[in-house]
Design a protein around this ligand. Structure first.
Ligand SMILES: Nc1ncnc2c1ncn2[C@@H]1O[C@H](COP(=O)(O)OP(=O)(O)OP(=O)(O)O)[C@@H](O)[C@H]1O
Length: 269
């Protein structure tokens, strides 16, 4: 079964349409004479998990900043319906605030201190850190700090969660645990997620849809219908999808090591 299908181009903007949490049309962003984003079209539907993949410097974080409103874009180019929240590559916790206070900082519109604490407590329980409420950020491991950052993004109940390479600094095992956690949170909260990543396998494992960005342009977009739990995809299926995605960026997959003994892997050596 082919699980990678070319996704149709986003249609024209319809006034008042609410079939999307984010809609980007002909979005350009330049810094001085450097054109970073060039006529980007992109849609994120409610509850959808979208990955944005591309080489370093192609404009992924710039697009995420437009979507998060950290960088102000014209409303005709970037529309986000509802609240968005971001988790960055570095957890960005305030070292002089306890863990629960760092999470509660995202609740500026919740006036009662007690309510802020309860919501922070709940969000920290969801990421498995009930025992770290009163810890200081410096007492956390990298993975735990990243969980706090996720709790801080979740606590405001966003309809769009923006993840800017939040797992790239973690070791491989912690990264797998974080993938599982994000999928669990995504299912429970039914929010849409945009994950910025360099990692083709991470995008394939997590996303429903994938946009490949290259030199500030959307090169290609795909629907991914890779079953997450019912049936593990076969190695050739994954390899085929990976090769197709890499080809859109003009990259060839790493060839097998010719010195490796092929019999060894078959258990015959
Ligand atoms: N505030 C800014 N002022 C000037 N140039 C900027 C600014 N923000 C981003 N850029 C430039 O825009 C380009 C794209 O940066 P961006 O951070 O979006 O890339 P990226 O794809 O997220 O890269 P990476 O994967 O390495 O994080 C880079 O050349 C960067 O130097």
């Amino acid at each position: 079964m082919a699980f990678l299908k070319s996704s149709p181009d986003p249609g024209p903007t319809t006034d008042g349409a609410t079939d999307h949490v984010a809609r980007v049309r002909s979005h350009n962003r330049s810094f001085g004479s450097t054109h970073v984003l060039r006529s980007i079209d992109l849609d994120i539907r409610p509850g959808e998990f979208v990955a944005l993949l591309g080489r370093s410097g192609c404009g992924k974080s710039t697009l995420l900043r437009s979507l998060s409103r950290l960088d102000k874009a014209p409303a005709s180019e970037v529309q986000v319906n509802g609240r968005s929240a971001v988790a960055f590559q570095e957890p960005r916790l305030l070292p002089w605030r306890k863990v629960h206070e760092n999470v509660a900082l995202a609740l500026l519109n919740t006036p009662q201190r007690k309510d802020r604490f309860e919501l922070a407590e709940q969000a920290l329980a969801e990421v498995g850190l009930s025992d770290k409420l009163d810890a200081w950020p410096l007492e956390l491991s990298g993975g735990q700090a990243q969980r706090v950052s996720l709790a801080r993004a979740l606590v405001s109940n966003p309809s769009l969660l923006l993840l800017d390479e939040p797992f790239s600094a973690l070791d491989a095992l912690t990264r797998i645990e974080m993938h599982q956690l994000v999928i669990e949170l995504w299912r429970r909260h039914s929010m849409a997620i945009l994950l910025v990543t360099h990692d083709v396998d991470e995008a394939l494992a997590l996303a429903d849809r994938l946009y490949v960005l290259d030199e500030g342009k959307v090169r290609q977009s795909w629907d991914i219908s890779l079953p997450r739990s019912d049936r593990a995809p076969s190695q050739p299926e994954i390899a085929g999808a990976r090769a197709e995605i890499l080809a859109s960026l003009g990259v060839k997959p790493t060839p097998p090591n010719p010195k490796r003994n092929p019999l060894k892997n078959q258990g015959a050596a």
